[in-house]
Design a protein around this ligand. Structure first.
Ligand code: GLU
Length: 510
């Protein structure tokens, strides 16, 4: 029988979730949904020294914003809980005991100073078969000495006993079979008495087993841990139900080799976090995709293509389409360049798919932030304005640059345009245009534009100069959407007021 697909995203709450972690979460989610399986969110908080307050909430909020749904987790609950490792101490204790009893692990008493001395004495010191008998542990010390130390309450760690001379096979669904020699592995610490907590390796394996995880999909940086994990499954006797491994390619710098870092984002001007992050210690604020004006569906689409391709030339794909098309066969082994410009393009594209009304809603807070009293404008007006300029924006906030003249009359007029387009005759000609437009029964209707153009042609006025002068008075510069779309929205009164105001101001300064 096919095993039920159960995947987990297992972040450590040590800071804001990095965009690479978001991609890992997304691929897990796509895979789970595609197979009708379950997506688990497990919080791996066994490293108490690195715990950062607020990080867990941040993870939940980021995943919710992106639409990455969780089936089982700390908030969602589920039959395999608790889903936070710091609440599973008893489970880990039992499993550590199991390994000790089976002789697959041992107790080590070496103090930090002793380990330091060993490292100083032996170049490339590794705690393993070649050195462990010279160290202070339950294999090297007499049994009564071990008992005495334990009775005294000495601090200790539990180490995994790695047998040398083994070939360890990791079967990775993207990378194929990876074989490594057990000799290069060290006797990893699995548990520390000091805080009565397991290390990442033990907790991760025990939980993946108990939570019946079928596929471990995670970043490439965890590949070096995989052989150890395989040996742990064997040591517990769980080799038959070991999950399949999938190590996703690294995210690389946009402009070269090497891993993407926060510094690349600062240098090139893009966020590396899904949401803005306020560091509780330093007070530093790091920018986020949400606050920078990205739509979650654009971020999802962009990230989905960093390490996977659909096998055809589709680019714009909704979450449902991604779920349908996703496949591990089309995930790449080699790193994916973080092409953030493409991210902007996706955002632009998704903004075009919003209705004018939806975009208008997003525009309102931007207007307010720029001091516009939005109660003076109907939703319909704001939506129409947004609709007129949306082709020119990558972010919602760009709407302000493109459309502020729909809310405030220009105070200044582009001097270059004045020089090029304005003549002493302009004010009189514009006043004639006012009369022509005033005579059209429906100012906002289709008749206004042909009437104005016919008049200009009839009079032999310079079309380009006069229309640009007209635009200059209304907009302040020679850019923007079609002139008669602007005047239709502004209305007759405001249009005429601006033309006259412009004529006064520009003629004086000429
Ligand atoms: N807690 C690890 C992390 O922070 C989990 C790695 C894994 O998925 O095994 O990424």
């Amino acid at each position: 029988m096919e095993r039920e697909v159960r995947v987990r995203f297992a972040p450590s709450p040590t800071g804001p979730l990095h965009i690479g972690g978001v991609r890992t979460a997304l691929y897990n989610y796509l895979f789970a949904r595609q197979h009708g399986g379950k997506m688990i969110l497990r919080i791996e908080d066994t490293d108490s020294n690195r715990f950062v307050p607020g990080a867990e909430d941040y993870i939940n909020e980021a995943l919710a914003w992106l639409g990455i749904g969780i089936d089982e987790g700390v908030r969602e609950g589920g039959p395999y809980g608790p889903y936070k490792q710091s609440e599973r101490r008893d489970i880990y204790r039992q499993h550590v005991r199991q390994l000790l009893d089976a002789g697959k692990a041992y107790i080590a008493f070496d103090t930090p100073a002793e380990l330091e001395a060993a490292r100083a004495a032996t170049p490339n010191f590794q705690y393993d078969a070649s050195t462990r008998m010279q160290m202070r542990n339950s294999l090297s010390l007499p049994a009564d000495e071990v008992k005495r130390l334990m009775d005294e309450g000495a601090q200790y760690v539990v180490r995994f006993l790695i047998e040398p001379g083994r070939e360890v096979e990791v079967n990775d669904l993207i990378r194929g079979k990876v074989v490594i020699k057990s000799d290069i592995l060290d006797d990893k610490v699995l548990y520390k008495s000091a805080d009565d907590l397991p290390t990442y390796h033990l907790a991760n394996i025990v939980d993946d087993h108990l939570m019946e995880v079928s596929h471990v999909i995670r970043g490439e940086e965890w590949l070096p841990s995989a052989p150890l994990h395989v040996l742990l499954y064997e040591a517990f006797g769980w080799a038959d139900t070991m999950p399949a491994f999938v190590h996703l390619p690294l995210l690389l710098k946009p402009d070269g080799k090497g891993k993407l870092s926060k510094r690349d984002g600062d240098r090139l001007g893009f966020p590396v976090f899904p949401l803005e992050w306020h560091d509780p210690k330093s007070g530093d604020v790091s920018s986020g995709y949400r606050e920078s004006g990205y739509l979650p569906q654009a971020v999802v689409n962009f990230l989905a293509l960093l390490g996977w391709n659909p096998g055809d030339d589709s680019e714009v794909m909704s979450m449902d389409e991604l779920i349908a098309k996703f496949s591990l066969d089309h995930c790449s082994k080699s790193g994916a360049k973080f092409a953030f410009e493409k991210g902007k393009w996706f955002n632009h594209t998704y903004l075009q798919e919003l209705s004018d009304a939806e975009l208008g809603k997003l525009f309102k807070p931007v207007l307010e932030a720029n001091g516009v009293d939005v109660s003076k404008y109907s939703d319909e007006y704001i939506a129409q304005v947004a609709g007129l300029v949306k082709g020119r924006i990558n972010f919602v906030k760009d709407l302000w640059d493109q459309a502020k003249f729909f809310f405030v009359a220009p105070e200044e007029y582009d001097p270059k345009a004045i020089k090029k387009r304005w003549t002493p005759d302009t004010p009189a000609q514009l006043e004639e245009l006012i009369a022509v437009m005033d005579a059209v029964p429906d100012f906002g209707g289709a008749e206004t534009e042909p009437a104005v153009l016919a008049y200009i042609a009839d009079k032999g006025y310079h079309l380009g100069n006069l229309m640009n002068a007209f635009r200059l008075t209304v907009v302040g510069e020679c850019k923007g959407p079609h002139m008669f779309d602007i005047t239709r929205l502004l209305g007759k009164e405001e249009t005429f007021r601006r033309i006259r105001l412009g004529c006064e101001r520009i003629s004086v300064n000429e």
